[in-house]
Write a protein that binds this ligand. Structure first.
Ligand SMILES: NC(=O)c1ccc[n+]([C@@H]2O[C@H](COP(=O)([O-])OP(=O)(O)OC[C@H]3O[C@@H](n4cnc5c(N)ncnc54)[C@H](OP(=O)(O)O)[C@@H]3O)[C@@H](O)[C@H]2O)c1
Length: 313
């Protein structure tokens, strides 16, 4: 099969299109013929950053990627719930190595769900890691009707799902993004918009119940804490809470925690239902081919993605 392998960690020049054997499946896995995958900022981080090479284990060649949507073409002996021909999607083996930059992917049955018929493989691939990233902590927090929720980085992959999910739970949603993304985030259902390039959100907002914090800028988390009311919550998606941030949160009576996405077929089934009933509408702004993975990485690295970028296979 064709697969994009990473010869060594570093720049995108280390990617190489290669022909490798179709993966063998374990008893609890299915073999997926890949139709689409999506790219996350973390894909570029693991490509480049040697501090995270521990996730690769010893399996070679190195094939990156976690998000996949495709068709089941073989089923392991222990797998009951899927059969050949099923269309499925999911996040594979995160934070290990999913190996989805390839024509076939061996996927644990526990990581996937059936793809709803009303979404394309491109939309389904988009609604995997980014969707679980917000679904899991928002369910933990228990977002409810009338909550005032600030979504930072609202126009990106994670943020555009966060806006829709918070609306689905009945919250009043304030979206923080650059002015160029205003129409986009308002079209997702946001009630209010703040342009981070011309406004200081911490001067305009107060009494916020929940901030979904997904901005990498240093000091931004402390600014986010300023707008949250006593007893409110901050979900950090970019970084662990530092001691200074923990003390600031304690001082304000705010529950601030870092949350990392966990693979879960059960949660993917929740995403599937939300896609089916139209509560989540994945937005794909750019599509690439497998040969164009280096370009897709250069694009995600810019940090200004609108919705998701997807690779067709
Ligand atoms: N904890 C986890 O499990 C987990 C999982 C996935 C992602 N993440 C993290 O979540 C973050 C978002 O991921 P993503 O996939 O959504 O990335 P993405 O698709 O690349 O989107 C990033 C967005 O950030 C916006 N942005 C940049 N600077 C901003 C600022 N100062 N204020 C507000 N918005 C700003 C950009 O929009 P503009 O063009 O408007 O600037 C862009 O739309 C990343 O830091 C990622 O590492 C964490």
């Amino acid at each position: 099969m064709r697969a994009v392998i990473l010869k060594k960690q570093g720049g995108v020049e280390n990617f190489e299109m290669s022909t490798v054997p179709i993966p063998e499946i374990k008893p609890d896995e299915v073999l997926i013929k890949t139709r689409a995958i999506s790219i996350n900022p973390a894909d570029a981080i693991v490509r480049e950053n040697e501090n995270v090479s521990w996730i690769f284990g010893d399996k070679r060649p190195l094939i990156l990627g976690w998000d996949v949507s495709g068709e089941v073409v073989a089923v392991g002996s222990d797998v009951q719930q899927y059969k050949k021909g099923d269309e499925v999607f999911g996040v594979i083996r995160h934070p290990g190595i999913g190996r989805t930059y390839a024509e076939y992917v061996a996927a644990p049955a526990a990581d996937i769900a059936l793809k709803p018929a009303n979404v394309t493989h491109q939309q389904a691939a988009a609604a995997t890691l980014a969707a679980l990233t917000v679904l899991q902590p928002m369910r933990k927090v228990g977002v409810k009707k009338g909550d005032r929720v600030l979504i930072t980085a609202a126009g990106g992959g994670v943020g555009h799902f966060a806006v829709q999910l918070a609306k689905y739970y009945g919250a009043y949603v304030i979206a923080l993004a650059s002015g160029a993304k205003k129409d986009f985030v308002m079209s997702l259902g946001a009630d209010e918009f703040i342009d981070y390039q011309s406004q200081s959100f911490e001067k305009e907002l107060h009494n916020i119940d929940l901030v979904v914090h997904a901005v990498r800028t240093e000091g931004h988390l402390l600014r986010s804490l300023e707008v949250i009311k006593k007893g409110g919550t901050l979900i950090s998606l970019w970084s662990h809470i530092t001691e200074e941030e923990r003390q600031a949160a304690l001082g304000k009576g705010v529950n601030a925690f870092y949350n990392s996405i966990q693979c879960s077929g059960d949660d993917m089934k929740v995403v599937a239902t939300l896609l089916e009933n139209g509560a989540l509408r994945p937005y794909v702004s750019k599509e690439y081919t497998l040969d164009e993975i280096p370009a897709a990485h250069l694009e995600i690295e810019k940090g200004h993605t609108q919705g998701k970028i997807v690779v067709n296979i």
